[in-house]
Ligand binder design. Structure first.
Ligand SMILES: *Cc1c(COP(=O)(O)O)cnc(C)c1O
Ligand SMILES: [Zn+2]
Length: 467
């Protein structure tokens, strides 16, 4: 496998490193690394419609049915027999008329890409297939991550299912939804509850991994992002290779948006798609680093000459104000996104945009997604909330072909859902007012009834009349 290598994203450095070196940043200039390939030596599909089918199937195991590794021709860093899988990537691209109506987009032109169907319940499994495989190729015995919950659930599942490595996870104490914590504990990962938030846990895990030779699977890992490219391939496949006008996703650590951008411009640069969709990345207004830097301070990739001073100034201002990320969309409660520069690159290449949605807008959007029979966690609904805002502002056309990515499953965080639908307004205000959530206009309220046949029948008839 000599066609795969790693390369610094900073064009002024562009240092290249061996595929199997374990690095979380460029040793020369400190920037992020990409996985890249000698594209001239790759066996690309002769036409785009066959993209998903060109790869030879490995002999057996879950990798043979992986929705990541079937696109192995476009992430060729692991020989077929060494690909690790938990059967990830069996997702759906769904027509979603109610969600479309909420966003104000023509329903035949709108799709939700449901990544909550992954084995551990979030898109993180796509990336973990890549990172875990690279860890195993590199001979790692222990893998670690900091997590708001889903990365740790995925790592713990891969470690348990493969038996190849021990998993150690770093969680900001009190900053994790129970569904996600339950997974890490149940799968047997060493689970450290670090006093602090995600950004603190992220800083500590990077120090620990550098010092102790532990393999880091956070999305600074370029092979995570290789696996996460496959969401885009599955979307294109689901659209029968029509190119959407827009792809919308939530922005937390910005790994997904970076991976989506890379997937798309690689296809475009190598002649496999005729045009690029525009990427829309949605921050929660409680964790708005990307949106503030891009929309307020005009931060750009700028051909790789990113204004590092502007980023440093923004972070020191956050520190001076003691400002921490704070949103009910816990998967995107991140103020120091590690993939910031890669995301800026993706935005530049795709003529992308960034918007902020409030937690109220996110929970309202989530209720509309569920009306189409799709359950997602709050962070995922930022996609639809963002699409609605972009339509309102006239940036997204109601006739556009739009795909919004649902990143994680509803049952990850049932607390927010139950609260939205069942809390009386005063309790909602007192529990969630601090997040800006004060009402639940689209609630489906549970109905208390006496243990009485007559009353139950009356209530059922009344709900039938109310339709
Ligand atoms: C991780 C995660 C996100 C954020 O994705 P990034 O790649 O970190 O921007 C959004 N939603 C869910 C459900 C997640 O698990
Ligand atoms: Zn470099």
């Amino acid at each position: 496998m000599t066609i795969a290598f790693q390369r610094c994203i900073n064009p002024a450095c562009a240092a290249e490193f061996d595929l199997l070196r374990v690095l979380s940043k460029c040793p020369k200039c400190g920037n992020l690394l990409d996985a890249d390939y000698d594209w001239g030596k790759m066996r690309l599909p002769d036409r785009i419609g066959r993209l998903g089918r060109v790869d030879e199937w490995p002999a057996g195991g879950l990798a043979a049915v992986s929705g990541v590794w079937r696109f192995g021709a476009l992430l060729p860093f692991a020989p077929a027999g060494r690909r690790v899988s938990i059967g990830e990537g069996h997702t759906q691209l769904r027509v979603s008329p109610r969600a479309a109506a909420f966003a104000g987009i023509k329903s035949e032109n709108f799709r939700l890409q449901y990544e909550g169907l992954n084995p551990s319940g979030s898109f993180k499994d796509n990336g973990m297939a890549g990172a875990f495989t690279h860890a195993s190729l590199a001979g790692a015995k222990i893998a670690a991550c900091a997590s708001t919950g889903n990365t740790s659930a995925s790592l713990a599942a891969f470690a348990a299912a493969s038996g190849l490595m021990r998993a150690i996870i770093f969680i900001g104490d009190g900053k994790i939804a129970y569904g996600k914590l339950s997974q890490a504990l149940d799968y047997g990962a060493v689970t450290l509850l670090v006093k602090g938030d995600f950004d603190d846990a992220m800083a500590r895990v990077q120090e620990v991994c550098a010092g102790e030779g532990i393999y880091l699977v956070n999305s600074v890992n370029p092979f995570r992002l290789e696996g996460q490219k496959t969401t885009m391939y599955r979307i294109l496949e689901g659209l029968d290779w029509r190119i959407p006008d827009w792809v919308v996703c939530p922005g937390g650590n910005l790994g997904n948006s970076s991976a989506f951008g890379k997937a798309l411009y690689e296809l475009y640069d190598h002649g496999l798609i005729p045009k690029l969709p525009r990427l829309a990345v949605v921050n929660s207004s409680g964790a708005p680093t990307l949106s503030r830097l891009v929309n307020r301070f005009g931060l750009k990739w700028n051909g790789g000459r990113v204004d590092d001073d502007a980023i440093a100034a923004y972070y020191s201002e956050l520190d001076a104000r003691g400002e921490k990320a704070r949103t009910l969309a816990s998967a995107i409660e991140i103020n120091r996104p590690v993939n910031l520069k890669k995301c800026l690159r993706a935005l530049e290449r795709t003529n992308g945009v960034v918007v902020e949605a409030s937690d109220q807008e996110i929970l309202d959007a989530k209720a509309w997604i569920a009306r189409d029979g799709l359950g997602c966690e709050p962070a995922s609904a930022a996609s639809l909330a963002g699409a609605r805002i972009l339509v309102e502002r006239g940036i997204m056309d109601r006739d556009s072909l739009v795909v919004a990515v649902l990143t994680g499953h509803q049952l990850k965080d049932p607390h927010a859902t139950v609260a939205y639908h069942s809390y009386p307004e005063d309790k909602l205000r007192s529990d969630f007012g601090g997040f800006g959530v004060t009402a639940s206009p689209f609630a489906n309220r549970p109905i208390p009834v006496a243990n009485s046949l007559g009353e139950i029948i009356d209530v059922i008839r009344r709900t039938a009349r109310e339709g």
